[in-house]
Design a protein. Structure first.
Length: 359
């Protein structure tokens, strides 16, 4: 499709990293595209020495500057970048940390000391993403005692028109029993809120469904034109489909109804992204569209706040996994996503998709 330009800011096995995963993208007030992801130093594993890395583009995502570390943790893990550009121009970066040796399985089983487990941090940039403040830990105000696994988004966070910052997130509870002889894992959802542009944080909604029908996992958020916040989540459960969604009418403090299946989005079990366009008013969703395999990256659109969806742009039939969406300019939407010819995790690619293709 000749009018869709593509570039590759991150390629596995280059620039000192074995793998790049978990993309997130925002556009600064100056128009700079900031592409974040996890730079995994030694392997493609979800644990180990991992840093949040960043590349900046001053030409709308056509070319990219040098790689920089936006958030590190020594030789331990810093990951799950959740950036957001504020109305002041400041760029917040919420992320998690844990010890390199703390595997997800060990954290889920309660075998990792709290100090080495998943902890939540935030830092900011006031110079268009070129340099970053010292990080501040916010775990105590956004993670309840007893929560084990914890992850922000992945993908961009949002600032509402009221000024409130909303970061979708998920966590797991300690098992209450067994499922077929193994400890049951209950994914649950929540969000982080800040009413002072990232100075202080507190918990918004908490959705803990322990009957196993819906397991809220990686979640993305968007503010609809009517002011409601729309949440769309990966659903690791036997309920219809692999997506679920919910709405909040009070800026993320509570949900109108708990997460329910969104079977209108055919997808494998995988992260996805949502983005509300204003002018034209349309809600976008990006994610792989094959029902069983991480492949066929597709953007879908909703004109009714996420109730129904239609496909509007399919990239190709290749392997594809995690993604994030941003508005580059009035005519262009940016799609940052994991893909490759034979593996979804070979590159993180950026595509400039014309808005008129999506509406």
């Amino acid at each position: 499709m000749s009018d869709v330009e593509a570039s590759v800011p991150f390629r596995a096995g280059t620039e000192g990293y074995a793998s790049f995963r978990i993309p997130a993208v925002v556009v600064s007030r100056a128009g700079t595209v900031l592409a974040f992801c996890e730079g995994r130093v030694d392997s493609a594993a979800d644990h180990g020495h991992i840093e949040v890395v960043l590349k900046r583009s001053t030409d709308g995502g056509r070319t990219w500057g040098a790689l920089q570390v936006a958030a590190g943790n020594g030789t331990d893990l810093a990951g799950n970048p959740a950036p957001v550009v504020l109305d002041t121009g400041r760029i917040l970066l919420v992320h998690v940390r844990n010890a390199a040796s703390a595997t997800e399985d060990a954290i889920l089983r309660g075998q990792v000391p709290e100090a080495d487990g998943r902890r939540v941090w935030v830092r900011h940039s006031d110079d268009d993403g070129m340099t970053w403040s010292a990080p501040t830990e916010i775990t105590e105000t956004v993670k309840r005692a007893g929560w084990r696994w914890y992850a922000t988004t992945p993908g961009h966070a949002v600032q509402l028109r009221t000024g409130r910052v909303v970061v979708a997130a998920n966590h797991t509870l300690a098992p209450t029993g067994t499922d077929n002889g193994t400890e049951a894992r209950y994914n649950s959802g929540h969000c982080l809120l800040s009413d002072d542009r990232g100075e202080t944080w507190y918990l918004g909604y908490v959705d803990e469904n322990t009957d196993g029908y819906i397991n809220v996992n990686e979640t993305s958020a968007a503010e609809l034109p009517d002011g409601r916040v729309y949440f769309n989540t990966r659903n690791d459960s036997p309920s219809p489909g692999s997506r679920a969604d919910a709405h909040s009418a009070d800026g993320g403090r509570t949900l109108v109804k708990p997460f329910r299946p969104q079977a209108g989005l055919t997808a494998p079990v995988c992260e996805a992204s949502v983005l509300q366009l204003l002018g034209p008013d349309v809600l976008l969703y990006s994610g792989p569209a094959d029902p069983a395999t991480r492949a066929v990256m597709t953007i879908r659109a909703s004109a009714d706040g996420g109730t129904t969806w239609r496909p509007v742009y399919t990239v190709d039939g290749l392997p594809a996994a995690y993604s994030d969406l941003t508005r580059v300019d009035a005519e262009t939407v940016g799609l940052l996503y994991e893909t490759g010819d034979f593996s979804a995790y070979t590159t993180i690619t950026f595509r400039r998709v014309p808005v008129n293709r999506l509406t």
